[in-house]
Design a protein around this ligand. Structure first.
Ligand code: F6R
Length: 243
C-alpha cells in the first residue's frame, strides 16, 4: 500500500488524476473503474483540463461505474449516470457506448445485478479502479455487513449514507433507500486501485480501514489485501492514519 498525503483537496485531485492520466496514456483502451460523489469531482475536472490541453485521448477508453440508485432515471440530476455525463463523459471524447453504469430503472433487482455482472465479465479486469470511502467505510455502496458479497447486489443504504447523501436531493424529491452496487470481487479484481479521500470526516474511518482488522463491518478494510493500492489523501483525511 502506498499512501500519498497531500496538502489539500486540490493537490489530492492532481495526484489521483495524474495516476489515471498515466494509465490512459500508457493504455489507450484502458478499462477505468469510476466512482461518483463529491470526492472525484476535482479529479474529473483535472482529467477534463488535460483532455482540453490535448494531453489525453478518451476515444478508446472504456468505463464501468461502481453504483447507481434504484428507481432513478438517467435524466434525473441525482442519478450517477447524470453525474458521470456532466462531470466527465460529455466533456471528453469518450464513446458513451463504452461507458457502463448499473441500470437504476430496472425494477427486477436480480436482473439488474446479473445484467451488470455480465457487462463486468465481458469487459474484464479494470486497469485502474477509483474509489471514495463512505464515513462508515463503505466502498461502492457496499455497506457494513456480515459478509463481503462478491458480485453486483441490490443494497439497502445505511442510515449514515442516507444522511450524508440526502443533501443532494433537497430540490429533487425523496432520496432512494436502495442502490445497485458492484461487489467486492470485481472491485478487488482491479489491476490497480486508487482510494481517494478528503476532509476530517473521513480521518477516523480511514485509519480503521487501512490499519484495523479486515472485516466486512469496515468494507474498505478489504483493500489492505490488494497488491497495488495507492491512497491519495488531503491533510485532514490523513490526520489519524498510522499506516
Ligand atoms: C459513489 C461511491 C461511494 C462514495 C462514498 C464517498 O460512487 O462509490 O462509495 O465514494 O460514498 O462519497 P463522497 O465522495 O461524496 O464523500
Amino acid at each position: 500500500m502506498k499512501i500519498i498525503k497531500c496538502h489539500n483537496y486540490q493537490e489530492m485531485c492532481l495526484c489521483a488524476a495524474g495516476i489515471i492520466s498515466e494509465e490512459i496514456i500508457s493504455c489507450p483502451s484502458a478499462l477505468l473503474g469510476l466512482a461518483t460523489g463529491s470526492t472525484p469531482v476535482g479529479i474529473y475536472k483535472e482529467l477534463v483540463r488535460r483532455f482540453n490541453k490535448g494531453e489525453l485521448d478518451f476515444s478508446r477508453i472504456r468505463t464501468v461505474n461502481l453504483d447507481e440508485y434504484v428507481g432513478i432515471s438517467p435524466e434525473n440530476p441525482q442519478s450517477y449516470r447524470f453525474f458521470m455525463d456532466n462531470n466527465l463523459f460529455n466533456l471528453v471524447n469518450i464513446d458513451k457506448a463504452n461507458t457502463h453504469i448499473p441500470d437504476g430503472m430496472e425494477t427486477d433487482p436480480h436482473k439488474a445485478c446479473r445484467d451488470y455482472d455480465e457487462i463486468l465479465d465481458r469487459e474484464g479486469k479494470t486497469d485502474i479502479q477509483l474509489l471514495g470511502i463512505g464515513r462508515n467505510g463503505h466502498i461502492g455502496f457496499n455497506e457494513p455487513s456480515d459478509s463481503f458479497y462478491p458480485r453486483t447486489s441490490c443494497v439497502k443504504l445505511a442510515k449514515s449514507t442516507i444522511e450524508a447523501n440526502s443533501r443532494f436531493f433537497e430540490n429533487s424529491g425523496h432520496m432512494p433507500e436502495q442502490a445497485y452496487t458492484m461487489g467486492f470481487y470485481d472491485i478487488i479484481n482491479a489491476k490497480k486501485i486508487i482510494l481517494a479521500a478528503y476532509g476530517k470526516g473521513k480521518a477516523e474511518i480511514l485509519n480503521r480501514a487501512l490499519t484495523g482488522p479486515i472485516t466486512p463491518q469496515v468494507p474498505a478494510s478489504i483493500l489492505q489485501l490488494h497488491p497495488n493500492l495507492t491512497v491519495c489523501l488531503d491533510e485532514q483525511a490523513a490526520a489519524l492514519t498510522t499506516a
